[in-house]
Design a protein around this ligand. Structure first.
Ligand code: C2E
Ligand code: CA
Ligand code: CA
Ligand code: CA
Length: 279
């Protein structure tokens, strides 16, 4: 048995080492990515089901890696969180998104909400409100145009502290949205006390909403929950007319997804916004 263990150990060591060194290399590259301007934001439109108009965009991070090309946030956000790099990166995201929101406002795209993802680490920072305040002041973006997306799990880690931070952000006029709703463990008691404006139905429930009765039931339940708590509700990952119709028929407020648009590079999004907001 011992021989077996040693064999396995030796067998796995090289690949384990290479995994570790790959991660170390990625971490050091990520550390430089901000200074080297390799991080960019794409923006995905959010559409009101009432008016059919674009009412917001979500800023989504991309890494233009010199060798790997466009790297998805799913491949580096976890690493950024473990290394603490998410803090400076997140601040860059916040500032850049606020500046772009202001630029679009100045181009005549008014009343657009700029949604920015916050990681649990950022949410736990003691100076989050100050960082947000500076991003707003320096960009000149109206605080009511900024929406911060928090995941359920980030909010539930230390719920009492979350409520305080949320209240502070609300007092500044910032909108708050609970991201990936339904995927974490929802404590409805706390949800009731969170001063949030919106729930985002996770894509995993939207995907099969036209064919899976359980997913449809969940989507309906989240919409009803939002209604009764006087919250807005947005369905993410809407790809088809069928999914769009289900959301509309069931009283969802907004949708976001490939059916309307993929996340767009800034210039493409500018064109999209100007086309769709022209009188
Ligand atoms: P998320 O916040 O749930 O963002 C939605 C994800 O769904 C985005 O993936 C978006 O491109 C994708 N998506 C939107 N519509 C559709 C659709 O119709 N079909 C499909 N299949 N996918 C759709 P993305 O951009 O790869 O981002 C993945 C995750 O990375 C985000 O999930 C978010 O958790 C995280 N992330 C992205 N940007 C940031 C950031 O600036 N800060 C932090 N902390 N996390 C970020
Ligand atoms: Ca999000
Ligand atoms: Ca989401
Ligand atoms: Ca999601």
């Amino acid at each position: 048995a011992m021989d077996n263990v040693l064999e396995r150990f030796q067998f796995y060591t090289p690949s384990l080492n290479s995994q570790v060194s790959h991660r170390l290399q990625m971490a050091s590259q990520l550390r430089q990515a901000v200074q080297k301007h390799e991080l960019i934001l794409h923006y995905q439109p959010q559409v009101s089901l009432d008016s059919g108009k674009i009412v917001g965009v979500e800023a989504l991070l991309r890494w233009q890696h010199p060798e790997k090309g466009m790297v998805s946030p799913l491949q580096f956000i976890p690493l950024a969180e473990e290394t603490g790099l998410i803090v400076p990166i997140g601040e860059w995201v916040l500032r850049t998104a606020c500046e772009q929101g202001k630029r679009w406002h100045d181009m005549g795209v008014h009343g657009l909400t700029m949604a920015v993802n916050l990681s649990a680490k950022q949410f736990a920072l003691n100076n989050l409100a100050t960082v947000v305040r500076h991003a707003l002041d320096d960009s000149g973006l109206d605080s009511h145009c900024l929406e911060l997306e928090l995941t359920e799990s980030a909010s539930m880690e230390t719920p009492e502290k979350s409520i305080e931070v949320m209240q502070l952000l609300k007092s500044m006029g910032v909108r708050l949205s609970i991201d990936d709703f339904g995927t974490g463990y929802s404590n409805l008691n706390y949800l009731k006390r969170f001063p949030v404006d919106q729930l985002k139905i996770d894509r995993s429930f939207v995907q099969d909403v036209t064919s899976d009765a359980d997913d449809l039931a969940i989507a309906r339940a989240v919409i009803a929950l939002a209604r009764s708590l006087h919250l807005e509700v947005l369905a993410e990952g809407v790809e088809t007319l069928g999914q769009y119709n289900v959301m509309k028929e069931n009283g969802c407020d907004k949708v976001q997804g490939y059916y309307f648009s993929k996340p767009l590079a800034v210039d493409d999004c500018t064109r999209f916004l100007l086309e769709h907001t022209k009188a």
